[in-house]
Design a protein around this ligand. Structure first.
Ligand code: PEP
Length: 257
C-alpha cells in the first residue's frame, strides 16, 4: 500500500519570524504525537527559498520533510535569480516542486525545462514533485488526457526509471479557485496517469508511484478525495497556510491509513 503524502505548498507566503509558531500550532492541532502520525503519513512543506534553512531548523528531530518550490538544472553560472540543486543540498534539501502551473503560466516553464530538471534531480538523488494538469479550456474541449500525456511523455522520455518521482495532478481550474475536482473526476485522471506510467515503466513501478491531488483541497473534501483508489495524498496551497486546517487534513489521512 502506498503511504499517503500531504504536502503544503506555501507559494510566496510565510516568514522566518512566524514559522516556529506555525509548527507549534500545527502540532497542537494534530493532538497526537507527530512521530506517530509520521509513521502512517508523510508530511512535507514546500516553502520559499528564504525559509528553507529555518524550516529545516524548526522541523529538526522530526521526519517532516522540507522541499523547495523550484530549482535549476545547471550546477552554477549566469542564471540570475535561480537556485541550483547543489545549493539546495547544502541546506539539507532533497526535494522540490517542478513545473507548478503558476511557474508554467507566469515564468514560461516548458515541458523541455521540466524534463531536464526532473532528470537532473533523479541523477542527484532528489525527489521531484512533478506538477501536471489541464486548464479549464482544455478540459472543456475534452483534451485532459492528451494534455497529461504530453506533459508526462516529455519527462518520461528523459528518465529510465520512476525512482522517487511523485506526481501531483493539479487541474489548473481548481487551483486557488475554491472549485476542487470531484473525487471521481480526480481519480479518473489519477488512474489515467498511473496507466500511462505503467506503459512506460511497468506495473510494479506504476503501482508504487505516488500521485497527489492538488486544487482547492481543504478539510471538508480531504476525506472523500483520499478515499479514492489512485489518490495518494495532496498538494495543498491555501489550506496549508492555516495550521488547524492542514493538521485536520493530515489527521484525515492518518485516520484512513
Ligand atoms: C497549489 O498551489 O498547488 C494548490 C493546489 O493551491 P490551492 O490548494 O490553494 O488550490
Amino acid at each position: 500500500m502506498r503511504k499517503q503524502l500531504l504536502a503544503g505548498n506555501w507559494k510566496m507566503n510565510g516568514s522566518v519570524s512566524t514559522i516556529e509558531a506555525y509548527f507549534s500550532d500545527f502540532r497542537e492541532c494534530l493532538g497526537l504525537p507527530i512521530s506517530d502520525v509520521l509513521k502512517k503519513v508523510d508530511i512535507c512543506f514546500a516553502v520559499p527559498f528564504t525559509l528553507l534553512a529555518k524550516a529545516k531548523e524548526v522541523f529538526k528531530g522530526t521526519d517532516v520533510q522540507v522541499a523547495a518550490q523550484n530549482c535549476h538544472f545547471e550546477e552554477k553560472g549566469a542564471y540570475t535569480g535561480e537556485v541550483s540543486l547543489g545549493m539546495l543540498a547544502e541546506l539539507g534539501i532533497n526535494s522540490s516542486l517542478v513545473a507548478h502551473s503558476e511557474r508554467r503560466q507566469y515564468y514560461n516553464e516548458t515541458d523541455q525545462s521540466t524534463s531536464h530538471k526532473v532528470k537532473c534531480m533523479l541523477d542527484k538523488g532528489f525527489i521531484p514533485i512533478l506538477c501536471v494538469g489541464e486548464t479549464q479550456a482544455e478540459r472543456e474541449q475534452g483534451l485532459t488526457n492528451k494534455v497529461l500525456e504530453s506533459q508526462l511523455s516529455a519527462v518520461f522520455a528523459c528518465i529510465d526509471k520512476l525512482d522517487s518521482v511523485v506526481i501531483a495532478y493539479e487541474p489548473v481550474w481548481a487551483i486557488g479557485t475554491g472549485l476542487a475536482a470531484t473525487p471521481e473526476l480526480a481519480d479518473e485522471a489519477h488512474r489515467f496517469i498511473r496507466e500511462f506510467a505503467k506503459k512506460r515503466f511497468g506495473g510494479e513501478a506504476a503501482a508504487k508511484l505516488k500521485i497527489l491531488y492538488g486544487g482547492s483541497m481543504k478539510p471538508e473534501n480531504t476525506d472523500s478525495l483520499l478515499a479514492k483508489e489512485h489518490i495518494d495524498g495532496g498538494l495543498v496551497g491555501g489550506a496549508s497556510l492555516k495550521p488547524s486546517d492542514f493538521a485536520s487534513m493530515v489527521k484525515s489521512a492518518y485516520q484512513r491509513a
